[in-house]
Design a binder for this molecule. Structure first.
Ligand SMILES: *Cc1c(COP(=O)(O)O)cnc(C)c1O
Length: 407
């Protein structure tokens, strides 16, 4: 769906209003959950508002798709698509643009599920990949295979090491090679970073995380810039030559769509994204500064700290540093001890909800990449800093970092 007439407004106004006009029949201020699979036709082919069958389109999903496109794209036209999960969104995009023999560049600390999808699922269909350090633009330029690399996949900040890469520079490298630049914007959110404005072609989200924001729904999204050609001059099976048209065809053909209730919950989350992110990041900075001062913590990774190698780039490219913090504590045993002893931080995978979470990437979220180029340090702890009171979060880490048994 294209963005509507809220394009001249600020982020929060768009997030709250785009695609969400009061219901024309009843005036309901909140878009209803349209729990219907099909729609009455006024004579054969007489569709009301284009709705025919809910895999193809559903009004609650349309509201979310319109709002997400407006959130990511601002005043430029873009197309939003909502899926059953972040990985379903990624799978649909990759099927729409890749063919056997193509090559994908992805970060050497990519989200593990993205790596598994590209390396193991698409690998079995003849798609090759190279994992590179995307914070090193020269290394990316050296790794692209012009005419064969069709997608450069970017995460910034990365998970769990919070590396920052230069979206505008990588867009130039990708476009020179005839590839698309795809940015997974899950960690930053459109409130803090708008990759399409920096030259990216497609933005990917796991809306399960900050956009949903309450750890109660799984979902994913694509926002595709208008008028982007499928690499290699290809067309989709329905003849579409642009990425948005190809994604629309594949979304309906493969059918991994967001259901109406998931779309409604995600839209509800999107409305408060800006105020939540403000608190997430002020709490994250407080936590990061506290950890930096702690004698048992050997290293803190947070782009908002001056000590972070990507700090200056993040300050230029983002309007804030987000709510994710990782830190190292010297040994795996200490890391496992700390994650097992917090009370306010809940030991769990995932991120981006109002409640603070803590985890051990080596044994939890990133266990599947052990032994690969994406392996993470065993003494690493990752926290998703929630929107509780900062003093309680710091106090919780303080007690968890205090040795339970005198050394
Ligand atoms: C969680 C996540 C995904 C995958 O999304 P799902 O909704 O779990 O399928 C992709 N990218 C990043 C950065 C994530 O954190």
């Amino acid at each position: 769906m294209t963005t509507d007439d809220w394009t001249d407004t600020g982020f929060s106004t768009r997030a709250i209003h785009a695609g969400q006009e009061p219901d024309p029949t009843t005036g309901a201020v909140v878009p209803p959950v349209y729990l219907t699979s099909t729609y009455k036709q006024d004579g054969v082919g007489g569709l009301r508002g284009g709705y025919e069958y809910s895999r193809s389109a559903n009004p609650t999903r349309t509201a979310l798709e319109t709002a997400l496109a407006a959130a990511e794209a601002g005043s430029s036209p873009a197309h939003g698509f909502a899926f059953a999960s972040g990985l379903a969104a990624e799978d649909t995009l990759l099927r729409a643009v890749l063919r056997p023999g193509d090559h994908v560049l992805l970060p050497d600390d990519a989200y593990g599920g993205t790596y598994r999808l590209i390396a193991r699922v698409f690998g079995a269909w003849g798609v090759e990949h190279t994992a590179v350090d995307l914070t090193d633009t020269a290394a990316v330029a050296a790794a692209v295979r012009p005419g064969t690399t069709r997608v450069v996949w970017v995460e910034t900040p990365t998970n769990p090491l919070l590396g920052i890469s230069d979206i505008a520079a990588l867009a130039a490298v990708a476009h020179d090679a005839g590839a698309l630049l795809v940015v997974d914007n899950t960690f930053a959110t459109p409130y803090l970073q708008t990759p399409l404005a920096l030259g990216a072609d497609v933005v990917v989200h796991s809306t399960t995380k900050y956009v949903g924001g309450h750890s109660d729904v799984v979902g994913g999204a694509l926002v595709v810039a208008d008028g982007v050609a499928i690499p290699g001059g290809r067309t989709a099976p329905n003849g579409e030559a642009d990425v948005a048209g190809a994604v629309r065809f594949h979304q309906n053909s493969s059918g991994a769509v967001a259901d109406p209730f998931a779309a409604w919950l995600t839209l509800r989350g999107l409305k408060t994204l800006a105020v939540r992110m403000d608190r997430h990041q002020s709490n994250a900075l407080a936590v990061a500064r506290y950890l930096e001062s702690h004698p048992r913590v050997t290293r803190v990774l947070y782009p908002g700290l001056e000590s972070h190698p990507g700090h200056a780039l993040a300050a230029r490219q983002m309007s804030g540093f987000g709510g994710m913090v990782s830190f190292q504590v010297g040994s795996e045993a200490t890391a496992l001890d700390v994650v097992g002893r917090t009370r306010v931080f809940t030991l769990a995978e995932s991120l981006g909800g109002v409640e603070s979470l803590i985890e051990h990437p080596g044994r939890m979220t990133h266990a599947s990449v052990a032994g690969s180029a994406l392996e993470v340090p065993s003494d690493l702890v990752r926290v998703s800093v929630g929107i509780e009171d900062a003093a309680d979060l710091v106090a919780d880490l303080e007690q968890a970092l205090t040795p339970s048994v005198a050394p």
